[in-house]
Design a protein around this ligand. Structure first.
Ligand SMILES: [Zn+2]
Length: 285
């Protein structure tokens, strides 16, 4: 290869390597409209939503401090309005770290059980100023969001946020859209989870905005409940037949969900978590 050509090839390789390094250094951050004044904020694989009103912005999960600083700057530039409320979906750090970034202008809201865990586990975020037990409606600039506690599910403090004008629901980690629940159901209450999905299905909305993955519809919520109910029934049946967890992993048939995200990674873990849950709550003899 002549020196000039070698130089060009090396240049291309260096650009490619720098491009890959840059893509890894910077999580993908983007704001996309959902409907009307409701937007979705993405930071890599995590998502939250925010509502713009004439009197300021209602923001939700800050995700982490870097993400929150990026979002705060974008909101100031695009809308020139302060964040007046910051609402946490639940206590888990990967969704609510960095709340202090908005605490200069925002009232921070969470479920009362979340505040106890945020304090107890010393989550790296702003402690909620305002908590509630069942329902709380936040109104700002003529717009509103309803905060609703449906019981225990993915945690003991997960809430859903319903935006009535936009007919949208924001729910994090306990209503994945066309994908399996996370790993082996850590921190979860599976029977209450199924029940809280049933309650969520009764809410009036069309658009389901989850904390991970694509936006879905109410139908995706029903499909997830069916998945949990079918998995529960099969695992319980095999436990009653005296099968081991390893045997159950071979026996469970959930092929109709093979097209869902994380099917191969998480199905064995979902089976382990379901078996652990059921073993804790059954008396074999
Ligand atoms: Zn979580």
């Amino acid at each position: 290869m002549n020196p000039a050509r070698l130089q060009r090839v090396l240049f291309v390789i260096v650009c490619w390597a720098v491009g890959i390094a840059a893509a890894h250094a910077q999580p993908q951050r983007v704001i996309t409209p959902i409907k009307g004044d409701l937007y979705r904020f993405r930071n890599a694989s995590h998502f939250s939503v925010f509502l713009v009103t004439p009197a300021g912005i209602i923001a939700t999960d800050p995700i982490d401090a870097d993400a929150a600083r990026w979002l705060k700057a974008e909101l100031a530039q695009r809308f020139a309005k302060p964040v007046k409320y910051l609402i946490y979906s639940h206590d888990h750090s990967d969704h609510i770290s960095g709340g202090e970034v908005f605490a200069d202008t925002a009232v921070v809201i969470a479920h009362e059980n979340a505040k106890a865990v945020i304090l107890g586990e010393r989550r790296p975020t702003a402690v909620p100023d305002l908590t509630f037990s069942d329902r709380l409606t936040v109104e700002l600039g003529g717009k509103k969001v309803e905060l609703i506690y449906l019981g225990k599910n993915h945690s003991d403090n997960s809430i859903v946020m319903r935006f009535p004008d936009e007919r949208a629901l924001f729910a994090v980690d306990f209503i994945p859209v066309k994908s399996l629940p996370f790993r082996d159901f850590p921190d979860a209450y599976i029977d209450e989870w199924i029940e809280s999905l049933r309650k969520a299905e009764a809410l009036d909305f069309d658009i389901l905005a989850p904390g991970h993955g694509e936006v879905g519809r109410k139908e995706d919520m029903r499909a997830l409940r069916a998945y949990l109910e079918e998995l529960r029934e099969q695992v319980l049946g095999y436990l009653r037949d005296g099968k081991s967890v390893d045997e159950i992993k071979q026996l469970v048939k959930m092929e109709k969900y093979a097209g869902w995200g994380d099917y191969k990674n998480y199905l064995p873990l979902n089976i382990e978590g379901m078996a652990r849950h059921l073993q804790m709550h059954r008396l074999p003899n």
